[in-house]
Design a protein around this ligand. Sequence first.
Ligand SMILES: [Zn+2]
Length: 214
Amino acid sequence: MDPLSEHERRGAAFRDLDAWLALTPDPDRAAPGRLELVRQFINSADLESDTEELGDLAALRSWLRRRGLIGPRERLEEGDLERALAVREALRRLLADRSAGAAIDTGALGSLNSRPAAAHLRVSFDATGAPALEPAAGGLDRAFAVLLAAIERAAAEGSWERLKVCSDHECLWAFYDHSKNRSRSWCNMAVCGNRAKARGYRRRQRASSSPSRP
Ligand SMILES: [Zn+2]
């Protein structure tokens, strides 16, 4: 494939990608730019309702394709589903540990850092001279490269630290913290926030009603 058509092909896929983001409902809740793709990727499993959007390789492919994360003719390979799920859960774990102020789980770091996705990024310059990190591979590595480049960019712009997962351990839904003081802990105050409050209340009740030890 000659470089020009390769470039055009990637340009077409990126148009799909940004078109998807423009369609994303509820921009007030979405993370800025392509970081929203990372949020959606983490939320492709809803732990609370036990719903999995990436149930098999075909489901993963159509999920990535809908968002322009892989090209129309790109294929996935055996083992890609396991890789995708491992990276997704490592991202969820990283955000959970970070929100809790804990050291990031070494297994999660291993999953993220051992993936060759980072090696499939290259810097390219557009017509105005602005540099951008772009995927240099196809298939799942291309999708990983877009997601990782979005994270790197978000970190530089200060939005990565606002991407969080719900503090409720059964929920762990990814959300973007739009609050002024960046203090939001739950995906939904009415559900997870109140549940945490109720648990805290019951704990305090038990503590005050249990007889004190001599
Ligand atoms: Zn929640």
